[in-house]
Design a protein around this ligand. Structure first.
Ligand SMILES: Cc1ncc(C[n+]2csc(CCOP(=O)(O)OP(=O)(O)O)c2C)c(N)n1
Length: 666
């Protein structure tokens, strides 16, 4: 590929001029004190964003960083909504929910700036995965700094992109510093691009202050990606002309280093060669208008503080709360399998990702006897849907969960198998900071239709790393919906609904329930998220549980009835977030007593949340305080007597009820 022609150089200089003028103005305006938060300017890297984005269309996708203004401008963002976003106004690109560090413009393929260093890299891999699965010719580019190249997610992402030969270009803007840490200290290689070789992909070092050089290298990488030739890592060496953030005293750079940095001007070379007339004045006038309009724009309405936090329910009427009647029996495991298979049949944008889900088939033909996941829930799906939609992953939870989330931003509906919930901390950023927050931070520009499946629960003598429930960890995250089915029929209907939902849904499948049998309708059906179910009616006390706790509650209700003449109503939460407050309040208000059963440890548990919710709703109708029966406040132990002592039991539920009856105050 030859270098850019004169017209391309002129276009490039215009884009760089826009970026420079924008950032100069940001520095001046920020100093006045009425621009909230922090801003990080792009001075010195202008040729990188301009030279790379010159090869991208609106349909192509980028992920950006805390230093993202330049990327947005090069990808075509208008000044007015950008400036309004910096001021936190309702007319901003993200309706003021994101700000400088989370600016996004989905109409232009900008999948968000990301204030988590390295946070965008796996999202770009996922966007490229979507382009590959949909065969639509799009390319994804991830911009990130030298600091991000030392994050684990960088390495997992490059490996994933390499093994799947995805249409993605990784652009490392090496400005020599990560905040105050020099790259010479933090990085084991002279050139970050050398790391490409470790993953068998092309790597290139380019002078990031030379527009023509960036344009040429990026053109080659984007063309290769589009043609199916796989990813490239471009390292653009640039100078960080200014401080890390506006206002940074830069005490870690000597006066000489600062002076040398300030004199670097990557626009100078092109300015000497190319005449763009009074374009700079035009840009300044455009910025004047943008600032005037942003300052006059309305603030977001404080009454709408929760708007966009959770996805809207899918269109159409809410499904019936009960599964269809059936004579058919089936296991919880089969239920999960059937829900996923039927969702994949109905919607070609549904894909599944996870370790061993295709049983080692990789991208090749299905293997005889493939596992179908550790528990066998996805067995047979590779044969029916092929390796593009049933994607085995390496052991890279952060990488493939991030890729799933990125794919969800780019028109797929991934169902991601995290295997055991205890592994979720490895991908917590991708769940907590990315999937759960994006709709909100980007002001409703995008949904994140992703399902995160995890096996939970103790009792199988698996010890501390394979037994957690993490109920409250997920239920406590505002952007997530969380379901924990107790029966095969619920497992099927809630999984089907989770896939149909437009936002991230965490499906917690209890390991001790996989082999349990119950009524299992054969047809496709959905159950509503956020609706509890009265399993057994009763008058004297309400037992509230979820997942395997429901089995315990039913056992306790039977013992209370037969041994003590106490009539217990059993309520299955089904959904841990959002809670079905109406059903809980109605039942506990009527019986006047409630015991919440939760397999997680007690501190800040779902049991605590339910107890507080019920108390707030029907305090005046309660005859005794709400009681909690939880696991012990320890990791799940291995030794059988210890594990048994750790877990709640039906006997403890019975005791809690008897205690409440004895303690009643009214
Ligand atoms: C995961 C994470 N760790 C630390 C930070 C704090 N932080 C913000 S920017 C930054 C430096 C990033 O350096 P680099 O990736 O080289 O980008 P640059 O700022 O140089 O553009 C740090 C440490 C963060 N935001 N996210």
């Amino acid at each position: 590929m030859t270098g850019p022609d004169r017209e391309a150089l002129e276009r490039g200089l215009r884009v760089m001029t826009r970026i420079r003028a924008f950032e100069d103005r940001v520095m001046r305006e920020f100093a006045k004190g009425d621009m909230p938060g922090f801003v990080h300017t792009y001075h010195g890297s202008e040729p990188v964003a301009a030279g790379v984005c010159a090869h991208l269309t609106d349909a192509d996708m980028i992920t950006s960083t805390h230093r993202g203004h330049g990327h947005c401008i090069a990808k075509g963002c208008d000044f007015e909504p950008m400036v309004a976003e910096l001021y936190g106004r309702e007319t901003g690109l993200c309706r003021g929910r994101g700000g400088s560090m989370h600016i996004a413009d989905f109409a232009r393929g900008i999948l968000g700036a990301n204030a988590i260093v390295g946070g965008g890299i796996s999202l770009a891999v996922g966007a490229a995965l979507a382009a590959r699965v949909l065969s639509d010719g799009r390319v994804a580019v991830s911009f990130f700094g030298d600091g991000a190249a030392n994050q684990g997610i960088f390495h997992e992402s490059l490996n994933l992109a390499a093994i799947w030969r995805l249409p993605v270009v990784f652009v490392c803007e090496n400005n020599g510093w990560a905040e105050s840490t020099p790259v010479s200290y933090s990085t084991s290689v002279a050139d970050i691009a050398e790391r490409a070789a470790a993953y068998g992909i092309d790597g290139a070092v380019v002078d990031g202050s030379d527009y023509a050089a960036v344009h040429e290298a990026a053109g080659r990488a984007v063309e290769q990606a589009r043609a199916g030739g796989g990813p490239t890592l471009i390292e653009a060496k640039v100078t960080r002309v200014r401080g890390h953030y506006v206002g940074d005293p830069e005490q870690y750079r000597s006066r000489e280093q600062r002076r040398a940095a300030r004199t670097a001007d990557p626009l100078a070379r092109l300015r000497a060669e190319i005449d763009i007339g009074d374009y700079e004045q035009q840009v300044v006038a455009e910025l004047d208008r943008a600032y005037e309009s942003a300052r006059a724009a309305p603030w977001p309405d404080p009454a709408q503080v929760e708007r966009f936090a959770r996805s809207d329910p899918p269109p159409g009427p809410e499904p019936a709360s009960d599964p269809p009647a059936t004579e058919r029996q089936g296991s919880y495991l089969l239920a999960v399998h059937e829900a996923i298979a039927s969702a994949m049949r109905r919607d070609p944008s549904v894909i599944i990702l996870g370790e061993d889900i295709a049983g080692g088939a990789g991208l090749g033909p299905p293997l005889e006897g493939a596992m179908g996941g550790t528990f066998g829930t996805t067995k047979g799906l590779i044969e029916e849907f092929g390796p593009d939609r049933v994607r085995d992953t390496p052991i890279s939870e952060a990488g493939f969960v991030g890729a799933g989330v990125g794919a969800a931003l780019a028109d797929l509906r991934p169902v991601i198998d995290v295997m055991w919930a205890s592994f979720a901390p490895y991908c917590f950023d991708q769940i907590f900071n990315q999937a759960a927050k994006m709709r909100y931070m980007f002001g409703g520009q995008t949904d994140v239709p992703v399902v995160l499946r995890m096996a939970v629960g103790a009792g199988l003598r698996a010890g501390g790393h394979h037994s957690d429930t993490l109920f409250s960890i997920f239920a406590g995250i505002p952007g997530l919906k969380v379901v924990a089915p107790a029966t095969p029929a619920d497992a099927k209907g809630l999984m089907a609904r989770a896939v149909a939902e437009n936002g991230p849904v965490v499906v917690l499948e209890h390991m001790s329930l996989y082999r349990t049998e119950g009524p299992l309708p054969a047809e496709h059906y959905e159950l509503p998220i956020g609706r509890a179910r009265v399993v057994e009616p009763g008058d004297d006390v309400t037992l509230i549980a979820a997942s395997a706790g429901v089995v315990m509650a039913v056992e306790a209700a039977e013992a209370l009835r037969s041994a003590h003449g106490i009539s217990a109503e059993v309520v299955d939460l089904r959904t841990l977030s959002p809670l079905d407050v109406d059903t809980l309040a109605e039942s506990a208000g009527r019986t006047g007593r409630a015991v919440v059963i939760d397999e997680s440890p007690p501190r800040c548990s779902v049991a605590s949340e339910v107890a507080a919710t019920v108390t707030e709703a029907v305090f005046d109708r309660l005859r005794a305080p709400v009681a909690r029966v939880t696991s012990a406040c320890s990791p799940v132990p291995f030794s059988p007597p210890l594990e048994d002592a750790h877990l709640p039991t039906a006997d403890r539920v019975v005791s809690a009820v008897l205690d409440l009856v004895g303690r009643q105050t009214k």
